[in-house]
Design a binder for this molecule. Structure first.
Ligand SMILES: Nc1ncnc2c1ncn2[C@@H]1O[C@H](COP(=O)(O)OP(=O)(O)OP(=O)(O)O)[C@@H](O)[C@H]1O
Ligand SMILES: O=P(O)(O)OC[C@H]1O[C@H](OP(=O)(O)OP(=O)(O)O)[C@H](O)[C@@H]1O
Ligand SMILES: O=C(O)c1cccnc1
Length: 488
């Protein structure tokens, strides 16, 4: 086992280079300069049309508890950081201001999801953990939403813990999956911690230990009221389902025969046969559960084949975000206090147009039509611009500016909400059930074209005219400065 410290903290859950930069800032008297960083991703995960933002609650907890413990400082001393710097770290608490999307909010590429401002060194320290949390949880919430979008109203059970990237990922991934669309989880600890419905059937081992389906189901029925029997251990149609029916008949009202689970084979063919067998036996209410490497494409295919599946158990491909292991959200400096105490907006230029950052402290607005609440797109402004008070806005594509429209009769909703003000938590964290309901509600705002799993239309994320002008000015200013710079 690794060293376990009595005073373990998550504060060192950062990359060494953050501490190194903090040291530079500290020793050169720059650590208290006011800075603004923003978190955003450049590409939506899974080629989906939207992402479901998740991770805020854990991020808040992390920031609230941000202090270097004695053993943290001792460890940094071993790494040879100077005493004056260690003294500074010893007294450090998060004193910054944070705005973020609410959990469950729909998010799109190139818009700020989280905005952290405060003393430069503090903002730098927290980058790694914030990205770690937001990237993972947003990824899993989005994957769950994709899966749920093909499942519709049928229950989606999250079964992934055994295949997750270790324990933390199973726990927080389960929470994120619940926000995005899962209805219950097999992970008992996650269910207990977050108030997620716990759900489960039984494994093949139970049947194997009794040697046949009938004895296995009977044993389970003797010890449980609610029964879902796993019918594919030996032969689903000739043994599993007939044995489940026999036990259900024998136990009658003593149990609630909820249904059967199939976990192998051609699930379209088998589920139809199973449905027939259950119906013929009079168990028309018994549900058919399915699991086995399911994801949105196999589920969609099974739906198209009219598989008779009522409840979907999804593990590996959900909890590991199988087809895309990471979301690439980044944390970029957008504004910094200069020598004169004035804020100076910063930009990062790249030969790749998509990678040029948008300078300045911003706000994101969701523009919806007043008539039906459908979204026209997102509109990024300088903080302080008020599109919600205007009668008309001009929305244009930030690269292909000839794609544009004037929007009237709209509502503009500011998406970044206050979370911390000067280190003090000012946001009351919603209940998980409310977050889940909020995520579902948000989807109603999106046109179906943006929601389809395959090749969705790109959702407009536009800059206000002022912000766009500012970005263009800064690009040419920085280019001029770089070309005039004499390095030798
Ligand atoms: N009718 C179907 N249409 C499309 N995909 C299906 C259908 N039936 C099953 N599948 C999927 O095909 C894959 C079959 O995988 P696999 O060959 O591992 O299963 P199996 O051999 O039936 O069971 P086991 O897991 O015991 O090896 C799974 O991902 C399953 O979800
Ligand atoms: O396929 P997933 O989407 O990851 O769903 C979870 C899987 O975990 C279980 O299988 P496992 O082989 O671990 O155990 P079991 O078959 O003995 O239940 C279960 O039967 C599912 O097949
Ligand atoms: O309850 C189940 O059926 C279950 C739980 C975890 C993994 N696979 C199946």
């Amino acid at each position: 086992m690794p060293h376990l410290y009595q005073d373990d903290s998550l504060t060192l859950h950062t990359d060494l280079y953050q501490i190194n930069m903090m040291q530079t800032y500290f020793e050169l008297g720059r650590h208290k300069r006011h800075a603004v960083f923003e978190v955003f991703f450049r590409d939506l995960p899974f080629k989906n049309g939207y992402a479901v933002f998740a991770g805020l609650e854990r991020m808040v907890d992390f920031l609230q508890k941000l202090t270097f413990s004695k053993s943290d400082i001792d460890y940094l001393r071993e790494l040879d950081y100077p005493e004056a710097f260690l003294n500074y770290l010893e007294n450090l608490k998060f004193s910054g201001t944070v705005r973020a999307l609410k959990e469950g909010q729909l998010a799109f590429a190139n818009e700020p999801l989280v905005q952290i401002e405060g003393p430069l060194a503090e903002c730098q320290l927290v980058e790694t953990a914030i990205l770690n949390i937001i990237n993972f949880q947003t990824l899993i919430a989005t994957k769950a939403a994709r899966i749920k979008s093909v499942i519709g109203d049928d229950p989606l059970l999250e079964f992934g813990t055994r295949r997750a990237q270790e324990m933390d990922a199973a726990i927080w991934g389960t929470r994120a999956a619940y926000i995005g669309g899962a209805d219950a989880t097999s992970n008992v600890r996650a269910a207990k911690m977050f108030g997620i419905p716990a759900s489960g059937t039984h494994a093949h081992a139970l049947i194997q230990s009794y040697g046949n389906d009938y004895d296995g189901f009977k044993a389970y029925a003797m010890t449980h009221k609610n029964c879902v029997f796993l019918v594919d251990t030996y032969d689903t149609l000739s043994s599993g389902v007939p044995a489940a029916i026999k036990v259900a008949r024998e136990f009658g009202d003593q149990i609630q025969f909820q249904g059967v689970r199939i976990d192998s084979g051609d699930m379209a063919y088998i589920s139809k046969k199973v449905r027939q067998q259950l119906d013929d036996a009079g168990f028309t209410d018994a549900k058919i559960y399915a699991s086995n490497d399911l994801d949105e494409s196999t589920i969609l295919s099974l739906k198209m084949q009219k598989a008779k599946i009522d409840v979907w158990g999804v593990g590996t491909k959900l909890i590991t975000a199988y087809d895309q292991p990471a979301l690439g959200a980044v944390y970029k400096l957008v504004s910094i206090e200069d020598e004169q105490g004035k804020m100076r907006d910063t930009i990062k230029i790249s030969s790749n147009a998509e990678k040029v950052s948008t300078p300045g402290k911003k706000q994101v607005w969701r523009i919806t039509r007043a008539s039906d609440g459908k979204s026209e797109g997102d509109y990024i402004t300088f903080d302080g611009e008020r599109p919600d008070l205007a009668d008309e806005i001009y929305m244009f594509h930030p690269t292909y500016t000839y794609i544009n429209k004037n929007v009237t009769d709209y509502q503009a909703k500011a998406l970044l909400v206050d979370v911390f003000k000067s280190g003090k938590l000012v946001y009351s964290l919603p209940d998980l059930q409310d977050i889940k309901a909020f995520a579902k509600e948000n989807l109603f705002e999106l046109w179906d074209e943006y929601k389809r799993d395959l090749n969705p239309q790109p959702y407009p994320v536009d800059l206000s005219q002022d912000l766009w002008n500012h970005k263009m000015r800064l690009i040419s200013k920085v280019r001029t400065q770089v070309s005039q710079q004499k390095l030798n």
